[in-house]
Design a protein around this ligand. Structure first.
Ligand code: PMP
Length: 362
C-alpha cells in the first residue's frame, strides 16, 4: 500500500481492509493466474460462478442462516430495497409497520407508502433522533411486515439487538452488518448496502426467507421480483462481477478474523472515542449514552466556529471523511470493521492536541 494512505473515517464508501484492497488490485491485472482481469470475467463463466456461490454461502455462514434463506447480490443500493420490499410484500390495502429512527428508516416508510399503508409505530423525530425510538410494546398482528434500521448511519444510534416479532421482520443492516453477533435469524429479510462493512458501492446484499417469497403481492417484472432473482441464483442480469468479488474478499477477511473479535474491537474503538468526546471541552455528543452507535460516532463542537478548523486540523494530519451528514452537520467518525484501533487512538490524540492548541490560543 502506498505511503500516503489516509485514515479514512468516511461513512461510505468507506475504508476496506488493506488485504482486500491488495488482493482486489492484483485481481484487476490477473485474476487467480487465469491471465484475465477480474473486470473481464464473464458473469456466466465458471470463475464467477465460484465467486457467486462462495460469497452467498459465506453470508449464510456468518449470519447463521439456514437453507431457508436465499442470499442475493442486487444493484440499485439501499433505496431500491426501500421500493422492492413493499412492491413484493405489501398489498395496496395492506399495512406495513415502521420504526422511525431517522432519515433512512423514514425514507423506507415513504417508499412503502407508494404501494400500501406505511404505519409508523414509533419515532424519535420530536427529539431530533438523539435517542432510539422505543420498540413498540405490541405489534399489530395484521401488518404485512415490520421494518427497522439496526444502525442509523446519520444520527449515530444503534439498536442493541434484533427482537423476535409476531409479524415478518425486515431489517436494514447497511451500516452495522457483520460488526457484531446479531440475531440475524429473527429477520424474515435483511439487507445491507456493500459500501460500508462489505465491499465496494454497487452491490446490495439481501438475505430473504423463502416463506416470505411466497407472499408476493403483485405482478412484477423479474428485475423487481425477489423470487425471480432467487430462481436465477442472483444471475438474472449481468452481475456486478468486481463488486461481488470485492465482497467475497471482505467476507473471507471477516471469517478469518471472526465476528467475536470484530465485536470486541468495535466496542473498544467506540469506547475510547466517546470517552474523549465526553471529556474534551470542545466537543459534544448529544446521543443518549445507551443508544450510541459503535459504527457511526456523531458529535458536534461546542463552538460552531471550530467545525471547519477541526476538519482542517485533521486533514493536514492525514485524517479524512469526518464530516457529518449534510442534514446534521458537524462530525461523524465511522468505525467500520476495517478501521484499526490504532486509527482511533490517533484520532483521540489529534482531538487532545487540538483542544490544547485551541485553549492556548484563546
Ligand atoms: N440505509 C442505510 C442505513 C444507509 O446508511 C444508507 C446509505 N448510507 C442507505 C440505506 C441508502 O443506501 P444507498 O445510498 O445505496 O441507496
Amino acid at each position: 500500500m502506498s505511503g500516503n494512505k489516509k485514515i479514512n473515517f468516511s461513512s461510505g464508501p468507506a475504508a476496506l481492509p488493506p488485504e482486500v484492497l491488495q488482493e482486489a488490485s492484483e485481481a484487476i491485472i490477473n485474476y487467480n493466474n487465469t491471465g484475465l482481469s477480474i473486470l473481464e470475467l464473464q458473469h456466466r463463466g465458471k470463475y464467477f460462478e465460484a465467486i457467486n456461490d462462495e460469497s452467498r454461502a459465506l453470508v449464510k455462514e456468518l449470519c447463521g442462516l439456514s437453507d431457508d434463506y436465499e442470499v442475493l447480490w442486487l444493484q440499485g443500493g439501499g433505496r431500491l430495497q426501500f421500493a422492492m420490499i413493499p412492491m413484493n410484500f405489501l398489498g395496496e390495502q395492506e399495512s406495513a409497520g415502521f420504526i422511525d429512527s431517522g432519515f433512512w428508516a423514514h425514507n423506507a416508510a415513504e417508499y412503502a407508502a407508494y404501494y400500501g399503508n406505511a404505519v409508523t409505530l414509533s419515532s424519535s423525530e420530536k427529539d431530533n433522533h438523539t435517542h432510539l425510538p422505543k420498540w413498540p410494546a405490541t405489534v399489530p398482528h395484521d401488518l404485512s411486515y415490520l421494518h427497522f434500521t439496526t444502525n442509523n448511519t446519520i444520527y449515530g444510534t444503534q439498536f442493541p439487538n434484533v427482537p423476535k416479532t409476531n409479524v415478518p421482520l425486515i431489517a436494514d443492516m447497511s451500516s452495522d452488518i457483520f460488526s457484531r453477533k446479531m440475531e440475524y435469524r429473527n429477520c424474515a429479510m435483511l439487507y445491507a448496502v456493500a459500501q460500508k462493512n462489505i465491499g465496494a458501492a454497487g452491490v446490495t446484499l439481501v438475505a430473504v426467507n423463502k416463506h416470505l417469497l411466497g407472499n408476493v403481492k403483485r405482478k412484477l417484472p423479474p428485475m423487481l421480483d425477489y423470487s425471480a432473482h432467487a430462481k436465477a441464483r442472483s444471475l438474472l442480469n449481468t452481475a456486478p462481477v468486481f463488486g461481488v468479488y470485492t465482497s467475497l474478499l471482505t467476507l473471507r477477511w471477516i471469517k478469518q478474523k471472526g465476528i467475536d473479535t470484530i465485536e470486541t474491537e468495535s466496542i473498544k474503538k467506540a469506547e475510547i472515542l466517546y470517552k474523549e468526546i465526553d471529556r474534551n471541552s470542545l466537543f459534544d455528543c448529544k446521543i443518549g449514552k445507551d443508544d450510541r452507535s459503535k459504527m457511526n460516532v456523531c458529535f458536534g463542537s461546542r463552538d460552531k466556529a471550530t467545525d471547519t478548523a477541526f476538519t482542517e486540523y485533521c486533514s493536514v494530519r492525514g485524517i479524512t471523511g469526518i464530516d457529518g451528514h449534510r442534514y446534521v452537520g458537524s462530525f461523524r467518525v465511522s468505525l467500520y470493521n476495517a478501521i484499526p484501533l490504532s486509527a482511533v487512538e490517533t484520532m483521540v490524540s489529534v482531538m487532545q492536541e487540538f483542544e490544547h492548541e485551541y485553549l492556548k490560543a484563546r
